[in-house]
Write a protein that binds this ligand. Structure first.
Ligand code: B12
Length: 231
C-alpha cells in the first residue's frame, strides 16, 4: 500500500500534476488524484514523511531529470513537474514542523546562490531543518552574496546554507565565504553547502565548513557544526 502510494506520487510528479484538476504531460489524467491529494492520502495512512519525500517527491524529480537529460522532456516539463513537487511539499509542511517559530536548535539562513533558480532541493532542506527544530530563514533563489551576508548579520544566524544546481553558479558560493571574511564575520558563522554539482572537495576548496549530500545530511551536519561551536 505504502509503495503503491509513493509510486503513484512518482508517476504524478512525472506527469506534472499538482492536483486532480491537472491534465498530465503525456496524456489527460484529469479527475484522478494528483500529487497534493496523494501526499495527503499517504499522510492520512501513516506513511512516514521521510518516505514520502525520498521515495515519492525526490525520486519523481530525479526521474524528470533523467528524462530531460535523455531529451524526452523539455524545460516546460521540468517546470510543471517542479510545481507538482511544490504542491506536495506544501501539503507536507505542517507535518514537518511547519512555519512556526522553532528556535530550539539555532538559526540558519538558507539561499540558492546568485543566478541560480533551482529551489526544490533547497526547499526540501528548509522543510527538513524546520522539522528538526531549526529556525530557518529562507531567502529564496538567485540571492547575491551581499544580501545573504546582510541577512546573516540582521538575523544573528550562526549557520548559513547555500544551494546551487549549476556548474556555472556553484562558484558563487565562494563569494559568500569571501564576503563573510571581509565583514569580519567568518569565525562566527558556519557555512554549509549542497546541491548536485557540489561535493565535499568543493566545500574545502572554497573554504566552506561542510557539505551535505541530501536533506538528511543537512540536518546531521548542521547539528554537528552547532555542537562544534556555532550559535
Ligand atoms: C527541475 C529542474 C529545473 C527547473 C527548476 C525549478 C525549480 N523550482 O527548482 C527549471 C526548469 C527552472 C530549470 C532551469 C534550468 N536548468 Co535545471 N534542472 C532541474 C532538474 C530536472 C531537477 C532539479 C531538482 O529539483 N532535483 C530534485 C532535488 C530534490 O534535488 P537537489 O536539487 O539535488 O537537492 C538535493 C541535494 O542536492 C541537497 N541539497 C540541495 N541544496 C542543498 C543545500 C544545502 C545547504 C544542503 C546541505 C543540501 C542541499 O539536498 C536536496 C534534497 O535531498 C535538474 C536535473 C537533476 N538531475 O538534478 C536540472 C539541472 C540542474 N538543470 C540544468 C540546466 C542546464 C538548467 C538550465 C540552464 C536550462 C536552460 N537551458 O535554460 C536552466 C537554468 C536556470 C537557472 N538560472 O537556474 C542542468 C545543470 C547542469 C549543470 N551541472 O550545470 C541539470 C543537471 C539538467 C541537465 N542534466 O542538464 N531546471
Amino acid at each position: 500500500m505504502k509503495e503503491e502510494l509513493t509510486d503513484k506520487i512518482v508517476e504524478n510528479v512525472l506527469q506534472g500534476r499538482r492536483n486532480q484538476e491537472d491534465e498530465g504531460i503525456e496524456e489527460d489524467y484529469a479527475g484522478e488524484p494528483g500529487v497534493a491529494e496523494l501526499v495527503q492520502q499517504a499522510l492520512d495512512e501513516g506513511v512516514e514523511t521521510n518516505t514520502i519525500l525520498l521515495d515519492g517527491l525526490s525520486k519523481g524529480m530525479e526521474l524528470v531529470g533523467q528524462k530531460y537529460e535523455s531529451g524526452e522532456y523539455f524545460i516546460p516539463d521540468m517546470l510543471t513537474a517542479a510545481e507538482a513537487v511544490e504542491a506536495g511539499m506544501k501539503v507536507m509542511e505542517p507535518y514537518l514542523g511547519g512555519e512556526g517559530e522553532s528556535d530550539g536548535k539555532g538559526k540558519i539562513v538558507m539561499a540558492t546562490v546568485e543566478k541560480d533558480l533551482h529551489d526544490i532541493g533547497k526547499n526540501l532542506v528548509c522543510i527538513m531543518l524546520k522539522g528538526a527544530g531549526f529556525n530557518v530563514v529562507d531567502l529564496g533563489i538567485d540571492v547575491p552574496a551581499a544580501r545573504i551576508v546582510e541577512a546573516v548579520e540582521e538575523e544573528g544566524a550562526g549557520l548559513v546554507g547555500l544551494s546551487a544546481l549549476l556548474n556555472t553558479t556553484m562558484t558563487n558560493m565562494e563569494d559568500v565565504v569571501k564576503e563573510l571574511e571581509q565583514k569580519g564575520m567568518r569565525d562566527k558563522v558556519k557555512v554549509i553547502i549542497g546541491g548536485a554539482p557540489t561535493s565535499e572537495d568543493f566545500a574545502q576548496e572554497i573554504g566552506a565548513d561542510a557539505y551535505g549530500k541530501d536533506a538528511f545530511a543537512a540536518i546531521k551536519v548542521a547539528e554537528q557544526l552547532l555542537q562544534a561551536g556555532g550559535k
